[in-house]
Design a protein around this ligand. Structure first.
Ligand code: P6P
Length: 337
């Protein structure tokens, strides 16, 4: 059976865009290369001295692990080498990264990314991930990008995806023609096509939420959790709670099996914890392309939210369409939404 690689599928899909000059394709291929480099380091993190703190703290106030810095550097270098990306908004950088070399200044695209999401799991060998989101720049080519290039609503994304560094390394991406998944075959160093059209079940039996915050949740969220815990008359069993604390890993499992992931508003974090630009929007794009749904606590579509800040947080309800709708019903009934 023919094995299709990421590059072959990217080029194949490009033909669906008659005016495409191949820039987006090259951008995606370079992301694939950086992902392979990061995957190699993640998979030997326990073996060589890249664990432990750098002593720095990032804009989130979290300890920065060496692998965070390494991943950020690798993806910035890969994006810069394309000459197509004009700037980057990264979880690891307080402000935008302007790529001001001659080629990049004329780049058509900008990228928002979380280079290594779930980094608190690095040294306990739990799956972590990279999340990326690609937009056409809105500022004039030939000049440095501005913050406005990154504060676009998610419905303007031209592509988005994630890499999950788990028992195997997988890459899932979309350009708006459905979500497609690939698995890295280290023996040939290629991402190989796994599922050409990823579809997520409309219903599921998995709910993912940090119940440690239970008493900080809005009433509607607490009621939805109770609903999930009640024994289902038909199947005689409640839902299963699955929560790894690594967004990419929790989302990827629910995408394939059906489920809902919720990081809601809490007393301490009224806008939740997850970032709109480089966590929620790209994951929302994949979810919607797979037939799922992604909204905030009021049921507003994540991808329609106009960002106002680079590191803006937003309550995040994402996954199987009917489960997300049910959770929002509880919010509307009990949380005065
Ligand atoms: P909590 C990891 O730090 C992360 O940003 C996401 O990957 C994950 O879903 C979330 O935070 C976990 O947060 O508060 O439940 O530990």
């Amino acid at each position: 059976m023919k094995v299709y690689t990421l590059d072959e599928i990217i080029i194949q899909r490009q033909s669906a865009f008659p005016y495409a000059k191949g820039d987006l394709s090259r951008l995606l291929m370079h992301i694939g290369v950086a992902a392979k480099i990061v995957s190699r380091e993640v998979n030997k993190a326990g073996l060589i001295d890249i664990l432990g703190e750098t002593g720095d703290v990032n804009v989130q106030g979290e300890e920065v692990k060496k692998l965070d810095v390494y991943a950020n550097d690798q993806f910035i270098a890969a994006l810069k080498s394309t000459g197509i990306c004009a700037g980057i908004a990264s979880e690891e950088n307080d402000d935008i990264v302007i790529l001001d070399d001659e080629m990049s200044l004329n780049g058509k695209y900008v990228v928002c990314m979380d280079p290594l999401d779930g980094s608190s799991n690095i040294d306990v060998n739990v799956s972590i991930g990279t999340i990326f989101s690609i937009y056409r720049r809105v500022s004039e080519p030939g000049k440095p990008v501005t913050k406005e290039d990154f504060l676009q609503p998610g419905n303007k994304q031209v592509a988005a995806g994630y890499i999950i560094y788990g028992s195997s390394t997988m890459l899932v991406y979309t350009t708006g023609l459905g979500a497609t998944s690939f698995t890295l075959d280290p023996s040939i160093g290629e991402f190989c096509l796994t599922e050409e059209v990823v579809k997520t079940p409309e219903d599921g039996k998995i709910y993912s939420i940090n119940q440690g915050n239970y008493f900080q949740f809005p009433e509607g969220v607490r009621r939805y959790i109770q609903y999930c815990q009640e024994t289902d008359k038909a199947t005689k069993r409640p839902y299963s709670l699955r929560y790894i604390g690594s967004l990419v890993a929790d989302f990827h499992r629910n995408l394939l099996k059906g489920g809902i992931f919720i990081y809601p508003e809490t007393d301490k974090a009224p806008n939740g914890k997850l970032r709109l630009l480089y966590e929620c929007n790209p994951i929302a794009f994949i979810a919607e392309q797979a037939g799922g749904m992604a909204v905030d606590g009021n049921g507003n579509r994540i991808m329609d939210i106009k960002p106002t800040e680079l590191h803006q947080r937003v309550p995040f309800y994402v996954g199987s369409k009917n489960m997300v709708k049910k959770a929002i019903e509880f919010n509307k009934e009990f949380s005065g939404k």
